[in-house]
Design a protein around this ligand. Structure first.
Ligand code: NAD
Length: 371
């Protein structure tokens, strides 16, 4: 927590529903924290906690790069056969309500309309899945990832030329499938894999060539698009990638940060997840903070512009785009933190009337910090 600047970590347990969960709030100095609810059959507490922390920090970075006045958080809950799902999500809703707007929850792996409806029974600080909410969030994510792909192709070849492109998608769920439809509509050849048979059948019906599971990395393509789970890019998989660029929705696809260097060394353009998969948080935050769900074309334009900028500047410095984007995001978070700290300190100073204000500035700083 200290190293990465986390503000809060809460462990939740609800006896009657069997809920066990972690909530991490990374940073709120730019505004309230946004982050999805992930339900997953984690191997153990440590892996759940690490996933929670990494995802919460990635949300802060997404917000910082996308210019969202918010920060990052994540809630992960253990899926297990004894979990009373409806009751567990209502219990989560009560916990979120107690935070009084410091954290807004949204969808993620394992949490869709039914689960969010249960949360919404207990709190308004959740992205409502129905007509009262901001609308199609996976569509917003897909729009941003598409903008990232476009920027990557223009960066590599100076043009999009979709009719000559091949894209391989890993994970043909909500986001992957929307991307496939868009790309096929533009004339690209799209192939992909999914662990779920019915999902594969649906994608095949849309014109996706279904590959043998496990062969997606080896297929020559312009873009490999990870839209399943994180952590798939590591020492063993990176050497197999036959695509020219990696650009997808999956959060934290790099097993470790240094794998960005490995991709770079292999001449594969890796477009960082947190630069391009912020469509849903842009739309959701717009809805909650400004009363207006950000339109898809605005999301596409904003993410396209940021990606183009990141790729260009990284090329100028001859460093991986991941390194540059992380540096920019962390710098923006740091600046917001410093501003928030100064504001807090001047508020304390103002409240403490003439005596403190008459003393030296350093003294005031020391007192405020230790209080
Ligand atoms: P989803 O659950 O709808 O789809 C994921 C699909 O991946 C499922 O169909 C699943 O069967 C498949 N899958 C899982 N493991 C796989 C594997 N090893 N190989 C092949 N297929 C596999 O999820 P989604 O909403 O489409 O999100 C996809 C990814 O994008 C997730 O990592 C999510 O965290 C990330 N993301 C989503 C959004 C959003 O708005 N939905 C926003 C930001 C990031």
């Amino acid at each position: 927590m200290v190293r990465d600047g986390f503000e809060e970590l809460v462990a939740l347990h609800d006896r009657s529903s069997g809920l066990r969960a972690f909530l991490a709030i990374h940073d709120t100095s730019r505004g309230p924290a946004f982050g999805g609810l992930r339900r997953f059959a984690y191997r153990d507490e440590k892996s759940a906690l690490m996933d929670c922390l990494r995802l919460a920090k990635a949300m802060s970075m997404k917000c910082a790069l996308a210019g969202v006045n918010g920060g990052g958080a994540k809630l992960v809950l253990f899926d297990h056969p004894g979990l009373d799902r409806a009751a567990a999500y209502r219990s989560i809703g009560r916990s979120i309500e107690r935070l009084a707007g410091r954290y807004y929850a949204g969808p993620d792996v394992g949490t869709g309309t039914a689960e969010l409806s249960n949360v919404a029974f207990e709190t308004k600080y959740v992205t409502h899945p129905g007509p009262a909410g901001p609308g199609d969030l996976p569509g917003a994510t897909a729009a941003g990832v598409f903008a990232g792909m476009r920027a990557a192709l223009v960066h590599l070849d100076g043009e999009e030329a979709w009719e000559d492109r091949t894209v391989v998608i890993q994970g043909l769920g909500s986001v992957g499938q929307r991307l496939a439809v868009r790309l096929i509509g533009l004339g690209a050849r799209v192939s992909g894999v999914d662990l779920d048979e019915a999902t594969c059948d649906r994608a095949r019906g849309l014109g996706v060539e279904i590959l043998e599971s496990g062969s997606e990395l080896d297929k020559a393509a312009d873009i490999f698009c990870p839209c399943a789970m994180g952590g798939l890019l590591h020492d063993l998989t990176i050497q197999r990638i036959a695509a020219r660029a990696v650009c997808g929705a999956a959060n934290n696809p790099l097993a470790r940060s240094h794998h960005a260097e490995r991709l770079h060394a292999r001449g594969i353009l890796y477009v960082p997840d947190f630069v391009i998969n912020s469509g849903a948080v842009i739309r959701g935050a717009g809805f909650h903070l400004d009363g207006r769900a950000t339109p898809l074309d605005e999301i596409e334009a904003r993410i396209g512009e940021v990606t183009t900028d990141v790729l260009r500047k990284a090329a100028e410095e001859a460093i991986p785009p991941f390194v540059l984007a992380k540096r920019v995001a962390e710098q923006r978070i740091r600046v917001a933190r410093n501003a928030a700290d100064s504001e807090r300190q001047s508020a304390l100073g103002a409240g403490d009337a003439p005596r403190e204000r008459a003393t030296a500035g350093d003294e005031l700083t020391t007192e405020s910090t230790s209080s």
